[in-house]
Ligand binder design. Structure first.
Ligand SMILES: C[S@@+](CC[C@H](N)C(=O)[O-])C[C@H]1O[C@@H](n2cnc3c(N)ncnc32)[C@H](O)[C@@H]1O
Length: 276
């Protein structure tokens, strides 16, 4: 099995859009009038979900009318949020076809199909011309990327001079050897975690400068612990990321927390820029 297929099969099991619609119905959300805020518990599919996207957006120099690229856009929640908040255009690309299908249909549901265009593809081979984007970001994608150098070279290539590039990820911790399953892998296959210092070196090698690294482990841990607490009390929301994670969700969330506590992973947010 190729790596792309391993990764895509891991994330996109079955008809993702139908599962989202069913969960919306069960939780009383009317699909004909749904808002991006109502979709947020599911379509911001990364540690801490929507609040983490908002904090990332607060730190990004996006301007009205910018064109951004979301590499590994998933269901398109972050892309729709940024497009709406900054009145910009976002091109999303993702390796998991059922996610791209759901991303497109969700954008139609909220009337944002012109502002957010998602397509199927690999971040290691972007289908865009050189220097067309004012900024780019990749949230919780690089854990699955075998060739970081090519991935960062591609991001650098499609960005205009002075553009920003942001990433969030679970880096490899000092202790290493994460417990599985985790959100990005059931058993370690398709997982390519790197220590944050090595990620910074790879970004520098690609040509990025002004590299700012923020540790996000403490905040992620609070988010995971809150989810564990709600699940234990039987109060987990019907419309939540567990509908994407499947039946391993409780174990995945516990391991994600434990890996941070045991310094097996080292989550970071990194923002940098392409020089003039
Ligand atoms: C945890 S989800 C994050 C989705 C989205 N960025 C978000 O924050 O809501 C990880 C995503 O990375 C995508 N992905 C992994 N490797 C990729 C690659 N080489 N190119 C494009 N997408 C990739 C997966 O298909 C999945 O949708």
């Amino acid at each position: 099995m190729t790596d792309a297929k391993t990764i895509s099969d891991h994330w996109g099991k079955g008809d993702v859009f139908s599962r989202i619609l069913e969960a919306m119905e069960r939780s009383g959300i009317d699909a004909s009038s749904v808002t991006i805020e109502q979709l947020a518990p599911v379509d911001h599919f990364h540690a801490r979900g929507f609040p983490a996207t908002v904090e990332l957006a607060d730190a990004l120099p996006v301007k009205d009318g910018d064109r951004l690229v979301d590499i590994g856009c998933g269901l398109g929640g972050p892309a729709r949020y940024l497009a709406k908040r900054f009145n910009c255009h976002v091109d999303g690309i993702d390796i998991t076809a059922p996610f791209v299908d759901a991303a497109k249909k969700l954008s139609v549901l909220v009337g944002m199909e012109d502002a957010v265009e998602c397509q199927h593809g690999d971040g290691q081979k972007l289908p865009y011309d050189d220097e067309v984007f004012d900024g780019g970001y990749t949230q919780h994608v690089t854990m699955n990327v075998p060739d970081r150098d090519v991935f960062f070279d591609e991001a650098f290539r499609v960005l205009k001079p002075r553009a920003f590039f942001a990433l969030t990820e679970h880096g490899l911790g000092e202790v290493g050897g994460p417990h599985h399953p985790v959100p990005w892998s059931e058993d370690g296959s398709g997982a390519y975690l790197m220590r944050p210092a090595d990620t910074v070196t790879a970004l520098k090698n690609a040509g990025f400068t002004d590299i700012k690294v923020t540790d996000t482990g403490e905040k992620y841990l609070q988010g995971y612990n809150r989810a564990i607490e709600l699940a234990e009390k039987g109060q987990a929301p019907v419309f939540g990321a567990h509908i994407l994670l499947g039946k391993l969700a409780p174990q995945i969330v516990r391991n994600a927390a434990r890996n941070i506590e045991e310094r097996r992973t080292h989550p970071v947010q990194i923002i940098c820029s392409k020089p003039k």
